[in-house]
Design a protein around this ligand. Sequence first.
Ligand code: NDP
Length: 291
Amino acid sequence: MTAQIIDGKAFAARLRTRIATQVQALAGQGITPGLAVVLLGEDPASQVYVRSKGRMTREVGMASFEHRLPQQTSQQELLDLIQKLNDDPAVHGILVQLPLPSHMDEGAVINAITPEKDVDGFHILNVGRLATGQRAMVPCTPLGCLMLLRDHLGSLAGRNAVVIGRSNIVGKPMAQLLLRDSATVTIAHSRTEDLPALCRRADILVAAVGRPAFVKGDWIKPGATVIDVGINRTEDGLVGDVDHEGASQVAGAFTPVPGGVGPMTIACLLANTLTATARIHGLPDPDGLTP
Ligand code: NDP
């Protein structure tokens, strides 16, 4: 069997086009969605992310506000800036680029963002709303994975899903979204016993581990759909968490790295900004951008 490749790059491009059309429609009502991104320090990878987020925000017709602060900024200064952005009617989405410098309390900073503008979906209220099936802002990477899975498989109901990784930004919200779509979900982590056997039962396998080519071909159930969230920088360039050569022999379909989940994450950030804008203005949620 040769697995089908799930082209996240192409899907994300189509999603951005749809978002741009909806942004144009809002312009007719005098509304321009605005996304504020806050970056502390000089971390090169974070700078690249922030630059490309700004460029794509402008490309879909939204306003982009970038706030670059020095590494030694005090937590109070950052909280003051967040308060200003919370109060600014031109700003509909606020993203504080993580990780934060070690002198900051990440939870306190994230929870200072008003939940309605929390386009990363990390605020404790949004986490609770997602877990209890209420209208939430949903973290971008798992939302992007869900969109790819639904597009590829249609209904996820009754399928066995295994998520490897239990982080707050990927693993846990991914499991919540799969559960919400009535998949039967298992979350695996570093203490899981006999992970290969567990994975072999998965119709849907999501790998969010952070270890290059960790999931081997013989861990994959024949015909399974494999979503590789991993982004690992190695001497051979960017590598996912799944051994793609192995996966391509066994899986039904899988997402490549690069060109799979990565582009979906930024597209879903724009989707969340549009959703936040609609909700703040009392409009219905935009079509197809929420779970
Ligand atoms: P974390 O480091 O926060 O979490 C990794 C998870 O993997 C943990 O739950 C850990 O378990 C688990 N794990 C580690 N080793 C093993 C093992 N041997 N067996 C089973 N489970 C294991 O990472 P993130 O969730 O933040 O990110 C995961 C990957 O996804 C990274 O490569 C990251 O770069 C990438 N990523 C990609 C994004 C994208 O846009 N494509 C966005 C965000 C992340 P335990 O909890 O027990 O320690």
